[in-house]
Design a protein around this ligand. Structure first.
Ligand SMILES: Cc1cc2nc3c(=O)[nH]c(=O)nc-3n(C[C@H](O)[C@H](O)[C@H](O)COP(=O)(O)OP(=O)(O)OC[C@H]3O[C@@H](n4cnc5c(N)ncnc54)[C@H](O)[C@@H]3O)c2cc1C
Length: 438
């Protein structure tokens, strides 16, 4: 029996069987075998979720061998790929063909199926989460049957099964192939800067509107913010040399942050001073490179995280409330709060379903207390109709979530169609989705 651990190291399990099929037929065989044995199945990507979505002591299906580029239609800007491909490998393969994904999150280590299953997103008011780039997908259901889901394939003409499966939490079946809409490759100029927090908050809407991708990090106990602005530019990429890249990616964002986080863990009373120091020291930094290399950074310092999607206009109010809360309660928080935006979409369980979103992410270094802090933030955010990121920690239950998603019952119906026996259930899904409807 092989054991499994997630990226942050906080979750682990020892599945009875860990299968690594290399295509749809292998997944069918694994699901049918599990069904015959009465065992439950959890698909897993690269283990970057903070919630125990993939945790199982029964059968774990690792899709990392389903990672091929299957078809590229350059004219129509469509690609079909194995669902277990890592975002980084996909981005490099697209770049070599003059193509790119229109937007990405801040790392590229996740698998495509894993990232889209939880609604992973980047930033930018004109861009939905990554799942909105999916045009069709192939899925093996709980009975081991293959479905090709597209806009018109499930009989109702509305593509309801696709709208459910684009952010399916691995609760509807195992996705083996994904067809994506992509764009022509582009070069981004990424500009990071430290600025007064109040100015950034006051100008948030203008900056979001003025740039293709704007986000910022607010440092608790500090009056500074780190802004990150990415806009397309003409001309070739100018990738940094290996030394410059090591300095920014490794020395500053990993070793320095790790060291400062460790000091904060040992001496929590030093955290306000450390945060003020980091916020000022971050400085200004410009990169001009292929889009996927500007979007993604190295994230080697282990942290835990909760992220909440609120209606766009509520974002700055909630951020102010969280910063006040931290100071009032003296929570030992030595990670900045990340603020991003996304366009609303129609995927049934998208945290941005039906509304443009501001995403606010709170973190803490692994080993520092986080639960009281996250719970208090959740209570504040609930007043703004916050919906939690599915892959990140949150205390919400199915009863809480049902009230937040207008098409919750449609998702439950699709789930009972595709997984009538609860083959893909686990304890966490029981908590956040409830049991499969009978
Ligand atoms: C350092 C770090 C940075 C992050 N940055 C961002 C960010 O910028 N934006 C953001 O929104 N999120 C971000 N996340 C969260 C992350 O993108 C999500 O948790 C994502 O789901 C992880 O993908 P994964 O491949 O590791 O999947 P896993 O965590 O392994 O699995 C996630 C879910 O996908 C399901 N799944 C996996 N493969 C399949 C399949 N083939 N078929 C069906 N279901 C499947 C699993 O069952 C599970 O429910 C970050 C996480 C970390 C640790």
């Amino acid at each position: 029996m092989a054991s499994w651990r997630n990226w942050s190291g906080e979750l682990s399990c020892t599945p009875e069987r860990l299968a690594r099929p290399s295509g749809t037929e292998g997944v069918v065989t694994a699901v049918r075998q599990a069904a015959a044995e009465g065992r439950r199945v959890r698909p897993v990507g690269s283990g970057h979720s903070f919630t125990p979505l993939a945790v199982t002591d029964e059968v774990m299906l690792d899709l990392s061998a389903c990672d091929r580029i299957l078809h590229v239609d350059r004219e129509r800007h469509r690609v079909r790929v194995g669902a277990g491909i890592r975002l980084r490998d996909l981005a490099e393969a697209l770049a070599s063909r003059g193509l790119a994904m229109e937007n990405l999150g801040d790392i590229d280590r996740q698998t495509l199926a894993g990232a889209t299953a939880t609604g992973t997103h980047g930033t930018g008011p004109d861009f939905g989460n990554l799942s909105t780039q999916i045009r069709s997908l192939r899925l093996v259901d709980g009975l081991g049957q293959i479905h090709d889901l597209g806009p018109d394939t499930d009989g109702d003409g509305g593509g309801e099964q696709l709208l459910a499966a684009r952010i399916g939490l691995g609760a509807l079946g195992v996705v083996t192939e994904i067809e994506l809409e992509v764009v022509d490759a582009f070069v981004l100029r990424g500009h990071d800067n430290t600025e007064p927090l109040t100015r950034v908050m006051d100008e948030f809407e203008q900056r979001v509107a003025a740039h293709r991708h704007f986000e910022f990090y607010a440092f608790p106990y500090s009056d500074r913010a780190l802004t990150r602005t990415n806009d397309p530019v003409d001309g070739p990429p100018r990738p940094p040399g290996p030394l410059a890249s090591w300095l920014t990616e490794r020395l500053l964002t990993t070793y320095a942050l790790e060291g400062i986080s460790r000091i904060g863990r040992r001496v929590p009373s030093a955290i306000p001073r450390l945060n003020r120091f980091v916020a000022r020291a971050a400085g200004e930094h410009v990169r001009v490179d292929a889009s996927h290399r500007v979007f993604a950074s190295a994230r080697d310092v282990r942290f835990t995280e909760m992220e909440l999607s609120v209606p766009r206009a509520a974002g700055m109010e909630l951020l102010g409330e969280i910063l006040d809360l931290i100071e009032r309660e003296r929570f030992p928080v030595n990670f900045p709060i990340e603020v991003r935006t996304a366009a609303g979409d129609d995927n049934l369980l998208s945290p941005a379903h039906g509304r443009d979103a501001t995403y606010i992410a709170v973190h803490n270094f692994v080993g520092l207390p986080y639960r009281e802090y996250f719970d208090a933030v959740w209570e504040l955010a609930r007043r703004h109709d916050a919906r939690p990121h599915w892959g990140k920690r949150h205390p919400a239950t199915a009863a809480d979530l049902q009230a937040l998603y207008p098409r919750w019952d449609d998702f439950a119906r699709v789930r009972s169609e595709l997984d009538p026996e609860g083959r893909f259930a686990n304890d966490h899904l029981d908590r956040v989705l409830g049991p499969v409807a009978g």
